[in-house]
Design a protein around this ligand. Structure first.
Ligand code: SF4
Ligand code: SF4
Length: 438
C-alpha cells in the first residue's frame, strides 16, 4: 500500500487547525516539504511539546513525505526561542536534505503564506496554495500522525494544550470526542468560577461557554479566561454591535492595513477600505468587499492594530462571505511584491500578549504522558475539509479503539473517522457518533 493510501486509511488531516485531508498532499510532486512548527497563537504550546517529546516520529513523517512526493528539500520552521525543540528535531535527523529554519517570535509566523515565503523566498500566488510554488506544508503533529499511519495506526487522539485559568496548564494526548469539561477536569479544574473557552487560540480560534463541546482532529488547544476578561467581553459582542461601533467610530486611519501581514507580503488586502462596507460611504459593498478577498482572518487588525478597538477582521469575514455567495473572486492587479517595510512592522508576540492582557497566563504547558479514560466520546463525522464521513456502524455494536466508524468514498475529498475508545455505539446521527465506554 502506498503512503498516501495508508494516510487515507488512518484518517490523517491537518492537525494545526486547518483539517485538510493529508493523503491529498501526499499524492503531489514537489520540491519543498515544509514542517510547520512555528506555532504563533499566544499561550498555546502544543507544537513545542510534541517536537520535544516525539521528534523521532515527526522527522520520520517528514522523511516519508519527502520520499513519497520527490521533495529534494525538507525544512523545519521553528521559532528560535524554542531552542530545546530545535535541538530535539536536529538530533533526530541525519538526512542532508533537511534543514532547520529559525524564525523570530512574531505573529503570524505560522501562517502558510508567511512560512512558505520565509522557507523558499517565493510568494504563493493570490488565492493559491503552497503547491503552486512547489511546496507542501504540514504541521509537526500531522507529521507525527503520518509516521504512525505508515505503521497502520489511525488517528484516534489529538495532542492538545489546555491553559489559561486552569490549575495545571498542560499538554497531552486526548481521545477524539472527549468533552472540554473532561479536559479541564484533567487539568485540576479552573481557577475562576465563571469563564469562557477559546478553542484553538485567541486570534484565530472561536469562543464557547459550552463544556460539552468536544475535541476534534483539529483542536490545537483550549484557553480558559475569566468571563470578565477583556478578550471575552470583546469577542462576545454580536456582529450587529461590532458593525454599529465600526460604522460610527472608524476614522480611516488605515493602521489596520499598514500592519496587515498579508498586505505587507504584497497581497492586495486593505481592511480600512473594507470597513467602508459598513456603510459610512455612499459607494456600495461591491466596491469595498473586494479588498477583503485575500485576507487570512489572522485577527491582527482587530486585536492589535486598530487604535479604536474596532472589528476590521470581522468586517473582512462578512465581505468574504458576501463575495463567496455571489461567486466573485478578486483578481489582484497590482504586482505581487513584498512591502519594503515588512520587517520593521512585524508584531512581536510579547507585544501582542500585552495588548490582549494575557501575559500573566503565558504558562509553560508541560507534556503529561497520561491516558485519559472518558466514560463516553462524541466523535464528529466532519472534522476536516470536505464531505462528512458516513457512519459504517450500527447502534449497539461493540467497537475497539481504532475501528473504522465513519467512511469516505474513495475519490471524494474527506477523511475516515475511527473510534477513540473501546465501547458500544450508543447513538448515531448526521453530526456525530456517540460511544459509551465498556
Ligand atoms: S485601524 Fe481601526 S479606525 Fe483605523 S481604519 Fe482600521 S478599522 Fe478604522
Ligand atoms: S485579519 Fe486583518 S490583519 Fe489579518 S489578514 Fe485579514 S485584514 Fe489582514
Amino acid at each position: 500500500m502506498s503512503l498516501s493510501q495508508k494516510i487515507f486509511e488512518a484518517g490523517v488531516v491537518g492537525a494545526g487547525g486547518a483539517g485538510f485531508p493529508t493523503h491529498v498532499k501526499a499524492k503531489s510532486q514537489v520540491e519543498y516539504m515544509i514542517a510547520n512548527g512555528a506555532e504563533c497563537e499566544p499561550l498555546i504550546h502544543k507544537d513545542y511539546e510534541i517536537m520535544l517529546h516525539h521528534a523521532k516520529e515527526i522527522v520520520n513523517g517528514l522523511e516519508l513525505m519527502m520520499a513519497e512526493t520527490g521533495a529534494r528539500k525538507g525544512v523545519f520552521g521553528i521559532k528560535s526561542k524554542n531552542a530545546l525543540a530545535i535541538e530535539a528535531i536536529e538530533n533526530a535527523y541525519s538526512n542532508g536534505k533537511i534543514r532547520t529554519l529559525q524564525l523570530g517570535d512574531f505573529y503570524p509566523t505560522g501562517d502558510e503564506y508567511e512560512l512558505v515565503y520565509e522557507a523558499t523566498g517565493k510568494l504563493i500566488p493570490p488565492h493559491g496554495i503552497p503547491l503552486d510554488i512547489g511546496a507542501v506544508v504540514n504541521n509537526v503533529e500531522t507529521l507525527y500522525n503520518i509516521s504512525r499511519a505508515a505503521e497502520g495506526i489511525p488517528v484516534t487522539e489529538k495532542f492538545v494544550c489546555v491553559t489559561g485559568a486552569v490549575k495545571n496548564p498542560s499538554t497531552f494526548f486526548a481521545p477524539v470526542g472527549i468533552s472540554f469539561g473532561e479536559l479541564i477536569e484533567h487539568c485540576g479544574g479552573t481557577t475562576v468560577e465563571n469563564f469562557g473557552i477559546f478553542i484553538g487560540g485567541l486570534l484565530m480560534g472561536t469562543l464557547t461557554f459550552d463544556l460539552n463541546e468536544v475535541v476534534t482532529k483539529t483542536t490545537t488547544g483550549i484557553i480558559i479566561l475569566p468571563q470578565d476578561h477583556y478578550m471575552i467581553q470583546r469577542m462576545n459582542r454580536s456582529i450587529n454591535d461590532m458593525n454599529r461601533i465600526g460604522k460610527s467610530a472608524c476614522d480611516q486611519c488605515s493602521y489596520c492595513t499598514e500592519f496587515c501581514p498579508r498586505y505587507l507580503l504584497g497581497y492586495d488586502v486593505q481592511p480600512h477600505k473594507v470597513m467602508r462596507s459598513l456603510e459610512f460611504t455612499k459607494s456600495g459593498n461591491a466596491v469595498w468587499n473586494l479588498y477583503a478577498d485575500l485576507c487570512s482572518s489572522c485577527g491582527l487588525c482587530s486585536l492589535y492594530s486598530c487604535p479604536e478597538d474596532l472589528y476590521p477582521r470581522e468586517a473582512c469575514d462578512q465581505s468574504k462571505a458576501e463575495l463567496k455567495s455571489q461567486g466573485i473572486k478578486y483578481e489582484q492587479v497590482k504586482p505581487l511584491k513584498v512591502h519594503p517595510v515588512r520587517d520593521g512592522r512585524k508584531v512581536p508576540l510579547k507585544q501582542l500578549m500585552k495588548k490582549l492582557n494575557v501575559t500573566h497566563y503565558n504558562f509553560q504547558t508541560p507534556f503529561r504522558d497520561e491516558k485519559l479514560m472518558p466514560g463516553s466520546v462524541r466523535v464528529p463525522l466532519k472534522q476536516h475539509v470536505g464531505a462528512p464521513a458516513v457512519p459504517v456502524v450500527k447502534k449497539g455494536q461493540p467497537v475497539k479503539k481504532g475501528d473504522l466508524i465513519g467512511d469516505i468514498k474513495e475519490g471524494t475529498l474527506g477523511a475516515k473517522v475511527h473510534s477513540s475508545i473501546n465501547g458500544i455505539i450508543k447513538e448515531i446521527n448526521n453530526k456525530y457518533i456517540l460511544i459509551d465506554k465498556i
